[in-house]
Design a protein around this ligand. Structure first.
Ligand code: HAM
Length: 404
């Protein structure tokens, strides 16, 4: 028997697929209210795109990409995340020259060759948004408020962690200070951190090794090294969040696993799903458009991990909905089909293609959670009528086909 690849799941049981669609519908509706519109980019892109954006030194690019040479000898990759493709599309379609603000949302599969475990898949789905052209920190706050709105609407509790990663003015001197600190404890840190020291030193700060973590408690803090502009923006962001009742924790070790961020970085975590607790992450990436050969354009965005959210979502009460139609006589099947089609113009409706007895139709209607079970037997057919039972309040009536 051929099975799906490790870390790649089917979503097919009714409960999960309902949750999945409910998530996409809710997030889409909220993103649209915030003025974002749908963008689709390919699942496959040139490997160079991810190397240049997510960063050669990141775990994603270094260890986790589904990278291969295609039949035309192109070096390609299944996308490990959505931002790089959206930025590529933004530049390729000359939107960086159009000016103004452009806001997009997307959802779809992402691929990372990680060690699968609960909440960590090799193919997973994200819902993400990207906003281009706004330098103001109010936009960062809007992103955070949008995630909070989506999570609240879905009944998902969260903690918000916040940091600032500085900009091209304040990050380099901080990095030098941090490297000097790492060198002072070099003999005691793990091999990964020793490697990170030369590839991407700030990534040592989110090392999961306990010994490293305790050593880094004494490391210089980026938040104490921000330039005036980054510091003012971060203070302003906190003020906006306070004014809008969004609680947050400052996490000076929150550096994110992708290299393109500057200034605001944030993560939403859940305490109810085990060790893979990040349910959304994002931040500002003001230099990425320029870095990928576009015109300098400020940008900010986030992505939510749909699989991690599925078990946390509170589904709305399952009330009966729509129509189930059935024939009790072969002669009535065609009429049942056309009436079902007519009902579908305004309501949810399904039907049985076979003539069956009343008990079977009632059972099927109940199973589908239909509000009305509607049946035509030979009597009804003769009178051009249909028998309708309201399965919620148990009333029954016979209506003319026309009235139905
Ligand atoms: P990220 O933090 O790498 O950010 O991923 C966002 C979310 O995707 C995570 O918080 C998590 O919920 C989910 N996720 C990541 N990896 C896995 C996995 N292996 N299995 C299941 N879920 C996973 C980004 O991808 C950025 N592109 C977000 C962004 C958009 N920043 C700016 N704009």
């Amino acid at each position: 028997m051929i099975k799906s690849l490790r870390g790649m799941n089917d979503i097919l049981n009714e409960e999960d697929s309902k949750r999945f669609t409910h998530f996409i519908e809710t997030a889409t509706q909220i993103a649209s209210r915030y003025g974002f519109h749908y963008i689709k980019t390919p699942l496959l892109e040139e490997t160079a795109l991810f190397k240049r954006s997510v960063g050669e030194s990141s775990d994603i690019v270094g260890k986790e990409m589904y990278q291969f040479i295609d039949k035309g000898e192109n070096d390609v990759c299944l996308r490990p995340e959505g931002t790089a493709g959206v930025v590529r599309a933004f530049i390729q379609n000359k939107l960086d020259r159009a000016g103004g603000t452009q806001r997009f949302f997307y959802h779809g599969a992402m691929f990372r060759y990680e060690r699968p475990q609960k909440g960590r898949l090799r193919e997973f789905h994200q819902f993400g948004v990207e906003s281009f052209g706004v330098e103001s920190v109010y936009e960062d706050a809007q992103m955070i408020m949008m995630v909070a709105d989506i999570l609240r609407e879905l009944g998902v509790g969260f903690r918000l962690q916040l940091n600032s990663l500085g900009c091209k003015e304040c990050m380099p001197p901080y990095r030098d200070n941090l490297v000097a600190f790492i060198e002072s404890v070099e003999d005691e840190i793990c091999e990964d951190c020793q490697r990170r020291k030369s590839t991407n030193p700030i990534r040592v700060l989110d090392c999961k090794n306990e010994k490293c973590q305790s050593l880094y408690e004494n490391a210089p803090k980026l938040l104490n090294s921000l330039c005036q502009s980054c510091d003012e923006d971060f203070e302003k962001l906190k003020k906006i969040l306070n004014a809008n009742s969004i609680r947050y924790e400052i996490d000076t070790n929150l550096v994110r696993g992708l290299d393109y961020y500057s200034k605001t970085a944030f993560e939403f975590v859940s305490d109810n799903i085990g060790s893979q607790s990040a349910i959304a992450g994002g931040g500002r990436y003001d230099r990425l458009v320029e870095f990928l050969d576009g015109r300098p354009t400020p940008a900010v965005g986030f992505a939510m991990g749909i699989e991690r959210l599925l078990e946390l979502i509170e589904m709305p009460q399952n009330s009966r909905e729509g129509y189930f139609l059935g024939a009790m006589d072969d002669e009535a099947v065609d009429l049942i089909i056309s009436l079902t089609q007519a009902k579908r113009k305004t309501d949810k409706a399904s039907c049985d293609y076979r003539a069956r007895n009343l008990k079977n139709h009632l059972k099927a209607a109940d199973k589908m959670n239909a509000r009305y079970c509607c049946v035509i037997g030979s009597n009804e057919l003769e009178n051009q009528a249909i028998w309708v039972k309201d399965l919620e309040n148990k009333s029954e009536e016979t209506l003319s086909i026309k009235d139905f």
